[in-house]
Design a protein around this ligand. Structure first.
Ligand SMILES: *Cc1c(COP(=O)(O)O)cnc(C)c1O
Length: 399
């Protein structure tokens, strides 16, 4: 990127990860060198840090509206997803072996389901419509006497499409089936109240909400035991062994506190910027498609297909201009082919390869959006001019 060193860097990949918030870092710092104890130790060094863990547990619980004892700290969102699924399968194997999930879950859920499938668990992958929406009736009709878990994400990481979690909670309760929700993308962007939503298990991840990487939490409703994923010490009321990541947990607590303080205005600030980006691109670039446009969406996420070009090529050019965005999800960008989410939405495979996701953050400002709107049309035009696909206008119907 020679000569590009002075371009302003614009980060629009907040669904992949977020920067650690300064308040979070400040709160964490004493727990590296000064208060370094193992919270499980009974001596002074341990008792210096155990209250900090419990404070953080309270902060997470408050954000989710649950009891602190219902929070289990994990190492990441993926661990929470694995724990909820594998832990339920093991503990409820007398009751049944059927899980209902969706075709558009995060790989941490989908790959775990495929793993469990190989172990004999029956999995129903619910389809979505062209806008990424679920059919609630189909979900309810899929429940059998052997169903032990419904696993549906709160909001999709690639498209931002939000599922009707409260309605699903009602269905799950009616049929007395456990309900797990991967809320990694929803936390901090939507009100996430585990009582209102009637979820039994819910995962979140620190690095998606301004805490560091390597920490997360799983809400486990009282009366819904799980077989541990990690065996060993007695930490976390024997639900998760392993010495606590004290600074990470402290940081997660502060990030949850901040998310709660800011919920009334930060999402409301992001949404108009996203709308501005969306309408700007729709005006300036012909033949693009917004994925999930008419479904309820997260306020910060915009996923589009740019007919006739490769999403990866567009990302490369945006990167040169200092703009960080993503194709589909960061977790799948090593794989070839299109995103499983867009595939489930019935997006044409060729068009699906042209998808790019912009995900705004709490620091995104109007000037960032203006810059993207300045850069993208020219890059798309250039790439289309070079594209053999575009010549034949194979994707005409894209818009
Ligand atoms: C990022 C993400 C995860 C994984 O969280 P990690 O902490 O990175 O393991 C799970 N689910 C969703 C929806 C995500 O966006």
């Amino acid at each position: 990127m020679k000569g590009e060193r002075d371009v302003k860097r614009i980060y629009l990949d907040n669904n992949a990860t977020t920067a650690v918030r300064p308040e979070v870092l400040q709160g964490m710092l004493p727990f590296f060198c000064e208060a370094f104890g193992n919270p499980s130790s009974v001596h002074w060094a341990g008792s210096q840090v155990s209250p900090a863990i419990e404070k953080a547990r309270g902060q997470v619980a408050q954000l989710l509206n649950c009891q602190p004892t219902e929070i289990v700290f994990t190492a990441c969102g993926s661990e929470g997803d694995n724990f909820a699924l594998k832990g339920t399968v093991d503990v409820l194997r007398e009751k049944g072996n059927h899980i209902i999930t969706t075709a558009v879950e995060h790989p941490a859920v989908l790959d775990t389901c495929r793993f469990l499938e190989k172990k004999g668990v029956e999995i129903t992958y619910l389809p979505v419509d062209g806008e990424g929406r679920l059919d609630l009736d189909l979900l309810e009709r899929s429940i059998t006497p052997r169903t032990i878990l419904i696993s549906v994400m709160w909001a999709n990481n690639e498209t931002g499409v939000v599922f009707p979690i409260h309605e699903i909670g009602v269905v799950a309760r009616r049929h007395k089936v456990r309900f797990f929700c991967d809320a990694v993308q929803a936390v901090g962007r939507l009100p996430v109240d585990v009582q209102k939503a009637q979820v039994d298990l819910l995962s979140l991840s620190g690095h998606k909400i301004g805490a560091p990487k390597g920490v997360g939490a799983l809400f486990v409703r009282k009366g819904n035991p799980l077989t541990p994923l990690i065996h060993g010490g007695h930490q976390e009321r024997r639900r998760r062994a392993g010495t606590h990541n004290v600074p990470g947990i402290v940081g997660l607590g502060i990030a949850c506190q901040k998310a709660m303080d800011e919920l009334s205005f930060v999402p409301g600030r992001m949404e108009p910027l996203r709308e501005c980006l969306q309408s700007g691109l729709l005006t300036l670039v012909p033949e693009i498609k917004v994925n999930g446009a008419s479904a309820p969406r997260l306020p910060n996420t915009l996923n589009l297909c740019f007919a006739g070009i490769e999403g990866e090529a567009l990302l490369l050019h945006l990167d040169i201009a200092g703009i960080a965005a993503s194709s589909g999800s960061a977790c799948t960008s090593d794989d070839h082919g299109m995103s499983h989410v867009l595939e489930a939405m019935g997006v044409d495979p060729l068009l699906g390869q042209s998808s790019v996701r912009f995900s705004l953050g709490r620091d995104t400002v109007a000037e960032d959006i203006d810059r993207v709107l300045e850069v993208v049309p020219g890059v798309v035009q250039k790439l289309r001019d070079m594209s053999p696909f575009w010549e034949g206008r194979a994707c005409r119907r894209a818009s």
